[in-house]
Design a protein around this ligand. Sequence first.
Ligand code: HEC
Ligand code: HEC
Length: 243
Amino acid sequence: MLTKSQARAFFVIGTGLFTIIFLGLTVDTLKQIPHLTKQQNMSPEVIKGKHLFDQYNCMGCHTILGEGGYYAPELTKVYDRRGPVFIDMMLQDPEALFPGERRMPKYPFSKEERDNMIAFFEWIGKVDTSGFPKDPPLGKQFIINPTKFQTEQNTTTSTGAATAVKTVAKPAVLDTLCIACHAVGGKGGAIGPALDGISKTRDAKWLREWLLDPAKIKPGTTMPKLPLSENDLNALVEYLSVL
Ligand code: HEC
Ligand code: HEC
């Protein structure tokens, strides 16, 4: 049995000790924020992008850092997942990117506003969120786990079948845009079919026509007509027709 004074000492010391621990951890957390958020990368563009994000209430439909509406995709890692070109197109005209299935409204953003918002997504994608959101973030249509495909890839190369194949440097646009919807080598989205081995079913002429205007070849297709430069187009056709 504790005496009254022992009980009081127990209460005072216990409360005092845990208050100190609590305050210490609070200060420690606050001290880590600049480091975790990579505060040095918070440029004026990032800040403007964040204000636009708030002003247009994107969180009404989207979550970011887990907060917001559950109607539309989580946006914390959207820069890694989709790349700047895709996001820019989404912010100009979602209907053009998802023909016939638009659910996101079209906004009247200027080029500068879109760039600011992309800067904001790039910054927030690098914030240390202790692994949030988990991979794949929202189901298989967003990211395919590359390791899952490692074994398959290894077996194809070890059969020796791939040795005769001519290799062409991978065009950058593939990683900044096509990867948003297609997987290549096990990495990328699954909105469209994986492009590995596409050369077996499609030749260069077909690929060129397809990329110029998918709907002309297949009316009603959900692959959008993309703003590709002549150089990108040539590089893609050359790369895909030996993939
Ligand atoms: C009315 C709901 C709604 C609002 C408001 C909205 N979005 Fe979306 N957004 C969507 C939906 C739904 C998608 C999924 C693609 C589709 O169906 O159009 C999407 C997709 C996106 C994507 C592509 C994500 C991915 O992983 O493919 C980006 C980027 C995006 N939205 C940014 C924004 C920004 C920035 C704002 C605010 C300016 C915003 N959205 C406001 C509904 C919304
Ligand atoms: C917004 C999503 C999206 C983007 C971005 C996109 N695609 Fe597609 N792609 C699709 C969809 C969906 C299909 C399937 C269309 C269908 O069958 O109607 C498709 C089909 C294709 C096909 C035809 C496959 C076949 O054998 O029928 C090729 C080739 C292709 N895409 C290449 C590309 C390349 C190269 C890029 C980048 C420049 C790209 N796509 C960007 C969604 C996309």
